[in-house]
Design a protein around this ligand. Structure first.
Ligand code: DX5
Ligand code: ZN
Length: 217
């Protein structure tokens, strides 16, 4: 199965968000990645649930919601209500991760666990079988347009091995600094889903850029 592409609307034109969502609808993108930041867990504030809910009304692709907030637990119903398909919470923000994952699934969403660049994949040893996806940050979360952290490739390879050796179907998503070069390295290392913000939205032809990312072999 070919890898998925999830354009991140953090880099979209918020004065013309509808036209950017319609661009994604027309493209070969698989999901729409929505970054929620609270200015506490990460040093930036983005957008919240009312915006995601509006996006969900016109989106023809599933919404992949990435919560960079200090405590995502009180917002599980709000994320579901906003139209999320996948809810990604950071490992670093959830001391009772198994409880959080169960609540996300009970709410009717897929559950993803996100790791910051410094968090080893080994922490997932006893939760991997219970989650739908691991989102590996390949930059420090908070901003679009940052430089890819090369060591991420080692993490992707290790995680691929952990998943395959247990015959699990858990997806590996990568987020930050994805372009044609890093995208190819990540797919080769075993990534299933590429998030791309700046590389897509700063390009002259975003539909074509999404096509090129999707065509990586
Ligand atoms: C960063 C966000 C990313 C961001 C990626 O904290 O989680 O989803 O939009 O942006 P690029 O692809 O520009 O690095
Ligand atoms: Zn993200």
């Amino acid at each position: 199965m070919s890898h998925k592409i999830a354009p991140s609307i953090l880099s979209a034109d918020f004065l013309n968000l509808q036209s950017d969502i319609e661009m994604i609808n027309r493209s070969e993108a698989d999901w729409i990645h929505c970054d929620v930041m609270d200015g506490v867990f990460v040093p930036n504030i983005s957008f919240g649930f009312p915006i995601i809910k509006q996006v969900s009304k016109i989106a023809k692709k599933p919404l992949d919601v990435h919560l960079m907030i200090a405590d995502p637990n009180p917002y599980i119903e709000a994320v579901k209500d906003a139209g999320a398909y996948m809810m990604n919470v950071h490992y670093e923000t959830c001391p009772h991760l198994h409880r959080t994952i169960s609540a996300i699934r009970e709410a009717g969403m897929k559950a993803g666990v996100t790791l910051n660049p410094h968090t080893p994949v080994s922490v997932l040893e006893d939760i991997l079988q219970d989650i739908d996806m691991v989102l590996l940050m390949t930059v420090n979360p908070g901003f679009g347009g940052q430089k890819f952290i090369g060591h991420s490739l080692t993490k992707v390879r290790k995680l691929r091995e952990m998943i395959d050796s247990r015959n699990l179907k858990t997806l590996i998503e990568v987020d930050g600094g994805v372009n044609m070069e890093t995208g190819k390295q990540l797919v080769d290392a075993g990534a299933d889903v590429l998030v791309a913000g700046n590389f897509v939205f700063a390009s002259d032809n975003p539909v074509e850029t999404i096509h090129k990312l999707k065509s990586i072999v």
